[in-house]
Design a protein around this ligand. Structure first.
Ligand SMILES: [Ca+2]
Ligand SMILES: [Ca+2]
Ligand SMILES: [Ca+2]
Length: 377
């Protein structure tokens, strides 16, 4: 074999032994990320290899949060909750949770090793009614980190979400992770949105009446909502307290929440009927609603804050709006003095309610008049 032929054979061997690390010299356009389970797209990629000397690069960022141990159930960040695919969102991240993000980089559908990937973490964004995302008041870039792809072509980033001491809820909302890789002068990018917020929000708490009597029931209706895409356990506790703040009645409700579409609240509701014992104090009571991951007597912990302001109710005589255990002209005059007022108006007070419909009108007046003269033993 001549010297020139030996050189060519050696060069050929050298080139064919570096299949998985091939980084073509020619700059090309980035194309859509290839999902491993999308055979039609993969076939298209192979065709490109046969008929074109150009290479295609792809990056797919995906991941998830621990979310108190529920985020990775039943397996770590499963599709489609993990943001698999180009510009796909991932499941919500609970306050202060640890987050793991992967960026899968491929060249001609093969793992691209030793590629530097830049991860940017930014938020919160707000969603306008027309669907547009705009930077929120507390928007900032919270993290800017580099990681290099491994033998499988995957770069990994782990970090914990911030929870600031001044108004931590002010940094909740939609966040974004942007992953960028540069191969042969070409930047390839994938972005992933996610909600950073509490797993459940209690949207409203209402009662079936304002005035209730002893040895009767108060029905509390709770509406809740979540942005969770995966399913999470939820355990609600509704507690009633009387006028001196003594808890006297409790109801529990266990639910499974989640399966929300990104950017859409998934809502749920339940009713709790709570008995008012004879020993509960005469006067104004309050409704306290909390949501835990599981029964707190079984080490459950609250997902968020108690619903506030706590709705009030009255235990006593119908029409005794000044809570002095008798229905007389004092109370009826007080209703008359605030007649026509509604919630939010200066004259309005929920204490003057007889029916609790948010306004002081003829209904309250008539109801009080009907019970005129009654007194509490
Ligand atoms: Ca993705
Ligand atoms: Ca009275
Ligand atoms: Ca009323």
């Amino acid at each position: 074999m001549k010297k020139k032929e030996v050189f060519i054979v050696m060069l050929t061997l050298l080139l064919t032994s570096t299949v998985t690390c091939v980084i073509p010299m020619r700059p090309v356009q980035a194309r859509k990320a290839i999902m491993s389970d999308d055979s039609s797209v993969a076939a298209e990629g192979q065709e490109n290899e046969l008929f074109s000397s150009q290479s295609s690069y792809a990056i797919d960022v995906y991941g998830g949060a621990e979310n108190d141990g529920y985020g990775s159930f039943p397996e770590p960040f499963p599709a489609p909750y993990g943001g698999q695919g180009l510009d796909q969102p991932m499941d919500l991240v609970a306050p202060q949770s640890n987050v793991t993000i992967y960026a899968n980089v491929t060249a001609n559908s093969l793992p691209a090793q030793q590629v530097d990937v830049e991860f940017r973490i930014e938020g919160p964004y707000e969603k306008l009614s027309n669907g547009m995302l705009v930077k929120g008041q507390r928007w900032q870039i919270w993290g800017e980190e580099m990681s290099t792809t491994d033998m499988s072509g995957v770069a990994t980033l782990t970090y914990r979400m911030p929870w600031v001491c001044d108004d931590p809820d002010g940094i909740t909302g939609i966040w974004k992770i942007k992953a960028t890789a540069r191969i042969s002068d070409v930047d390839i990018v994938d972005t992933m949105l996610f909600y950073y917020e509490r797993v459940v929000y209690i949207a409203s708490v209402t009662t079936d009446k304002f005035t209730c009597s002893h040895i009767g029931n108060l029905v509390v209706t709770v509406n809740y909502q979540t942005h969770a895409i995966q399913q999470y356990p939820a355990f609600f506790i509704v507690a009633l307290k009387d006028s001196p703040n003594v808890p006297f009645g409790l109801a529990q409700y266990a639910a499974t929440i989640g399966r929300a579409s990104f950017c859409t609240w998934r809502t749920g509701s339940f009713n709790a009927s709570i008995f008012i014992p004879k020993w509960a104090s005469y006067g104004y009571g309050s409704v306290h609603v909390n949501c835990y991951d599981q029964d707190p007597t079984n080490d459950g912990f609250a997902y968020g804050k108690e619903y506030s302001p706590c709705p009030e109710f009255f235990i006593g005589l119908v029409g005794d709006v000044n809570a002095d255990k008798k229905v007389d002209m004092k109370g009826i005059n007080a209703i008359a003095a605030s007649f026509g007022s509604k919630v939010g108006m200066p004259l309005y007070s929920n204490k003057l309610e007889v029916n609790g419909d948010g306004k002081i009108d003829m209904k309250d007046y008539y109801m009080a008049c009907r019970h005129f003269g009654e007194s509490y033993p």
